[in-house]
Design a protein. Structure first.
Length: 361
C-alpha cells in the first residue's frame, strides 16, 4: 500500500531519492578519475522562454570540432537527475568517462515544466501533461549555441534519451534527420503521430526496451496514466528499417547472462543498409522493465518494485556509444556496428521479417 501511495503522489523519477549515488568507478571495472567538470547551469532564451542546460566538455575547449551527444531526461526528470548531480543512481553518468576517452561534448538540457508541474518534452504525443514548446527547434538551436563556444562536428551529433526523452529523440529523428547521425531511445517507442511522418533523410536508430515495461508497453498501445499511445517496439523497428532501406534479416546476438539475479536477459538485432551503412538496432530486454540497463549504476529495490527489472548484464552508455561511434549525417560509418559482448543468437524470436509480429506469453 505504501508503494501505491508513492506511485500516485510522486513523480516516478523521484522514488529513488533515498538511495545514495553508487560510485560508478566501483564494481567490476577499473577505477576512473574524471578530469573534466560538468558546467554550471546555463540559459538559452528561446521563443520567449528561458531554457536551462549543462555541458560536459574540457576547459579550455578544444579547437578541433568534436562529436556531440545530446542527453534527454524523462518526464518528471531533469538534467541534474540524469547525470547524478542529485545523488541518485544515474546510468547516464557513465557517459562522462566515455566523453573524456572519446573527446565528446555532452549537452544535457532541461525540459520545460508541463501543466502537471513536471519537466518534460513535447514529443509529438500532444498530451495535456506535455509542454507546448517547440522542442525540435529548441534542441536544434541549443546545439548551434553550444557550438559557438565549443566547436562541434556538425556531421557527428547524436541523441540519447529515456522514456519521454527517448520519444523526443525519435521525434528528432523523424523531423530533423539531416541534423542527427544517430539516435537512441531507451524505454521508448515511436509516439503514434510519428508514423504519419516521412523523414527526408536516413538516420540510424537504436531502441533499448524491456518486454515487461508497465509504463511504455513493449507491444504498443496506451501508456500508463493516459500518457498517450505508442507503436509497439517491433512496429517501430519495422518503420525505421523500411525508412532506411535496411536488410530484412538482422545480425542477432545474445548477451551473456552475467547477473542472473536481475531476472532478465538481453538480445540485440541489428539491421543494416549495406550501401549507406545506416543501421537500425533493437536491444530487447526479456522480462525487463522501465529502466536503463546498467552494471555499475543499479537502481534500488524500492524503485525497481515500481518500474520493473533493470538488466545488469550490459551497460547502456557503452552499448549506445558502440552504436553511435563513427556514424555521420552524410556518409555514415564505413564499418558495421559491433555491439560487443554478445554471442550469435539462433533464437527464433530475434528474427522479425517484415509484416510479422512477435508473440509473447
Amino acid at each position: 500500500m505504501a508503494v501505491a501511495i508513492l506511485w500516485l503522489g510522486m513523480s516516478w523519477r523521484r522514488l529513488n531519492s533515498e538511495t545514495p549515488l553508487v560510485d560508478f568507478t566501483a564494481g567490476n571495472s577499473s577505477d576512473v578519475t574524471l578530469k573534466w567538470s560538468l558546467s554550471e547551469k546555463q540559459t538559452l532564451n528561446h521563443q520567449g522562454r528561458a531554457r536551462s542546460y549543462r555541458v560536459y566538455a574540457p576547459e579550455p575547449h578544444p579547437r578541433k570540432p568534436s562529436a556531440a551527444v545530446l542527453l534527454l531526461h524523462g518526464h518528471g526528470g531533469s538534467a541534474d537527475q540524469l547525470m547524478g548531480v542529485t545523488g541518485r543512481q544515474a546510468p547516464y553518468r557513465l557517459w562522462m568517462p566515455i566523453a573524456e576517452k572519446e573527446a565528446l561534448i555532452l549537452i544535457i538540457p532541461d525540459g520545460l515544466v508541463s501543466p502537471d508541474g513536471k519537466q518534460g518534452w513535447n514529443d509529438a504525443r500532444h498530451l495535456s501533461t506535455n509542454p507546448d514548446s517547440d522542442d525540435v527547434a529548441f534542441l536544434s538551436d541549443l546545439i548551434e549555441t553550444v557550438a559557438e563556444s565549443c566547436p562541434i562536428d556538425l556531421k557527428k551529433i547524436y541523441v540519447a534519451g529515456t522514456s519521454n526523452g527517448g520519444h523526443m529523440a525519435l521525434r528528432l529523428a523523424a523531423e530533423a534527420p539531416e541534423k542527427f547521425a544517430a539516435v537512441a531511445a531507451i524505454a521508448a517507442a515511436n509516439p503514434q503521430p510519428i508514423f504519419a511522418r516521412q523523414p527526408k533523410h536516413p538516420v540510424s536508430v537504436l531502441l533499448m526496451n524491456g518486454t515487461d515495461d508497465r509504463i511504455v508497453p513493449y507491444q504498443g498501445g496506451k501508456m500508463i496514466r493516459n500518457r498517450g499511445e505508442v507503436q509497439s517496439t517491433d512496429d517501430s523497428i519495422r518503420y525505421w528499417v523500411k525508412h532506411n532501406h535496411c536488410a530484412q534479416t538482422p545480425h542477432s546476438i545474445r548477451y551473456p547472462d552475467r547477473t542472473k539475479a536481475d531476472g532478465c536477459t538481453a538480445f540485440c538485432d541489428t539491421y543494416t543498409n549495406a550501401e549507406t551503412n545506416v543501421e537500425v538496432a533493437v536491444v530487447r530486454i526479456d522480462r525487463g522493465g522501465h529502466a536503463e540497463p546498467s552494471i555499475k549504476q543499479p537502481y534500488s529495490r524500492l524503485y525497481l518494485a515500481i518500474i520493473g527489472a533493470q538488466n545488469q548484464d550490459i551497460e547502456m552508455a557503452d552499448q549506445i556509444w558502440k552504436f553511435f561511434e563513427g556514424k555521420t549525417t552524410s556518409t555514415q560509418s564505413t564499418k558495421g556496428t559491433n555491439m560487443s559482448g554478445g554471442e550469435p543468437s539462433n533464437d527464433a524470436k530475434t528474427r522479425l521479417p517484415a509484416g510479422t509480429r512477435e508473440t509473447r506469453e
